[in-house]
Write a protein that binds this ligand. Structure first.
Ligand SMILES: [Zn+2]
Length: 243
């Protein structure tokens, strides 16, 4: 496990070399963003203690197993922490794998697990969680959300982007790290979400898999253009919708 500091508020923990979780410093303690896998829970809680603050909130970007796997085990260690979850993906955690009528009916991909920790709070686009603003970024999963730190414009983007195996928009095939590609539900929506995050002009891009990028705009522009070309080849209509 590797620990890296980014600015004043963000601590990145990397497990097995490829799964990130983040501890975000707030006035009342840490918000833990994503929980990796079950076996990481004790270590996550220990790192927070070493940095001198309790975990007061657990927040997930989406329901996939490599982000929600540690949820129950972390929650058992810090039972007073509030569990905050994007409303749409919360259904998957309870085992409801249905798609809504208004959603693309593409097959759900990636690993899913049922977790017993029930959300204390469900959030949607535009709501605040401490210093974070919730940004709906569907595509990788139907209810995937990213989080904008309003203090310094860091974006914690979950799997809306990846930087492992090269920077990419979710759904772009990266041979050195294809996991995000294989788990992506809808490439057209993922592209639209990537553009939405770029338009927020983040100062830092923190992702679920790979290193944190500082001043990421040029890299984001580059990979958004790449993804747009691919989506256009595959689904001309989806790409015009994504504009
Ligand atoms: Zn992931």
């Amino acid at each position: 496990m590797k620990v890296q500091d980014h600015g004043n508020n963000l601590i990145q923990l990397t497990y097995y070399g490829f799964v990130n979780v983040y501890l975000l410093r707030e006035d009342d303690g840490f918000t833990l963003i994503d929980t990796a896998l079950e076996g990481c829970a004790r270590s996550i809680v220990q790192v927070a203690r070493q940095f001198g603050q309790p975990i007061v909130r657990i927040l997930l970007t989406h329901a996939h197993a490599d982000h929600s796997g540690g949820l129950d085990a972390v929650h058992a260690l810090v039972p007073d922490a509030q569990f905050v979850m994007p409303a749409r993906d919360a259904r998957f955690l309870s085992g409801d794998m249905s798609l809504d009528a208004g959603e693309p009916q593409d097959r759900l991909r990636g690993g899913w697990v049922i977790r017993k920790t029930a959300p204390d709070r469900l959030v949607q686009e535009g709501e605040r969680v401490g210093s974070l603003e919730v940004i709906a970024t569907p595509g990788h999963s139907p209810g995937h959300c990213s989080f904008l730190d309003l203090r310094d414009r860091t974006i914690i983007a979950g799997d809306a982007f990846q930087t492992m195996g090269g920077v990419a928009v979710s759904g772009t095939f990266k041979p050195l790290f294809p996991l995000v590609y294989y788990a992506t539900w809808h490439k057209g929506l993922a592209l639209a979400s990537a553009r939405k995050l770029r338009a927020l002009e983040p100062s830092r891009l923190a992702v679920g898999h790979g290193r944190v990028l500082k001043e990421p705009l040029a890299a984001m522009d580059h990979v958004i253009a790449q993804a747009a070309r691919k989506v256009e080849e595959l689904e001309p209509r989806a790409s015009s919708l994504a504009h």
